[in-house]
Design a protein around this ligand. Structure first.
Ligand code: PEP
Ligand code: MG
Length: 325
């Protein structure tokens, strides 16, 4: 199988009916980067910057952050990399950062909330990113945005750090794109505002599922209780991709559901054309998509999503459909 997947590496990532689908990697450490070449991925759709912070025994300094980001861009061979700012707090506790115990860490003081309340931390990271990307394209994405004003505030930090570089005559990124993770359900009802502001968005289906269904993604007892291949969840995802397309804002999905072939085909069917996933999934997902017909998938899935019988999963139907091909 591995050999088979490797043989697909240089095949254009297209369905049988010619729909281009960008397959990208989720990464978090420098050692993940060679997978771009091994898998033929279109780039890094999600670089989880918190990994560097979580494996360190003290807060990584600006220079260390900058060095990592530069090395990542070097290793990406000119392919796009989307750096997500620190997603710590809640259950991703940094041993060297004092944190109060929280009763509901997933709903707590984490990610962009922590970054906006501790501007030195977020601005240092932004500075490191801007410096690392001198002369190259830079994409920065903010996690756990729940309200449009949080993106505005984060964007303002970037603007200030950018102005600082200009003032000191430092090299600037050749382009700068700022994006938002769609992973807190409140954003589903502020899509027009967020899509008008962001250069791109990326659906974090892991957290979106956790918050929409109120299931703790880390609690094995309930984590798989509900199927992401349910009309309810897929309607939410379809809503995002539809609005993004109308707004002309690029949209990717970078949660785990894009890593599984059947789920990825459902995402194709509802209109996603860019997925970011764990490196080992690129081969299997690519094999499935080379064999798929996007228009056929769309026609198959549309009535399944519209049906009103209260079914909580359309997995059996999708499986049967996939098996027939
Ligand atoms: C997500 O929430 O789907 C996501 C991609 O981010 P993380 O898994 O790091 O929370
Ligand atoms: Mg998340």
């Amino acid at each position: 199988k591995q050999e088979q997947y490797r043989a697909l590496r240089d095949r254009p990532s297209k369905t049988r009916d010619g729909a281009d689908v960008a397959l990208m990697l989720n990464a978090g450490l420098l050692v993940d980067l060679p997978h771009i070449r091994e898998t033929g991925a279109a780039g890094v759709g999600l670089f989880r910057t918190e990994l560097q912070f979580m494996v360190a025994s003290s807060m990584p300094r600006t220079a260390a952050q900058q060095q990592l980001y530069r090395a990542v861009l070097d290793a990406a061979d000119g392919k796009p990399v989307t750096f997500r700012t620190l997603d710590v707090g809640g259950d991703k506790i940094l041993p060297y950062m004092r944190a109060e115990a929280e009763e509901n860490p997933a709903l707590g003081w984490r990610a962009i909330r922590l970054g906006l309340d501790r501007p030195a931390l977020l601005r240092t990271q932004i500075r490191a990113l801007l410096n690392a990307a001198g002369g190259r394209d830079l994409r920065i994405m903010f996690p756990m945005v729940a309200c449009v004003s949080e993106f505005d505030a984060a964007r303002d930090f970037v603007r200030k750090e950018h102005a600082r570089l200009v003032k000191h005559g430092h090299p600037l990124p050749s382009s700068l794109q700022l994006g938002v993770m769609i992973e807190v359900p409140s954003l589903l009802f502020q899509l027009d505002e967020i899509l008008a502001r962001a250069d791109f968005v990326s659906v974090g289906s892991n957290d979106l599922m956790q918050f929409l269904f109120a299931v703790d993604r880390g609690n094995a007892r309930v984590a798989t209780r509900f199927d992401p291949l349910s009309p309810g969840f897929l309607r939410a995802l379809a809503h995002v991709v539809g609005r993004a397309r109308e707004a002309g804002t690029p949209v990717t999905l970078c949660g785990e559901i894009g890593s599984r072939p059947l789920e990825a085909m459902a995402l194709l069917g509802i209109g996603y054309r860019s997925l970011s996933m764990s490196p080992a999934s690129i081969g299997p997902v690519k094999a499935a998509l080379l064999d798929a017909d996007a228009a056929e998938l769309a026609a198959f899935i549309e009535p399944l999503l519209a049906r009103a019988d209260g079914a909580c999963s359309i997995r059996p139907e999708l499986k049967a459909f996939a098996a027939k091909r």
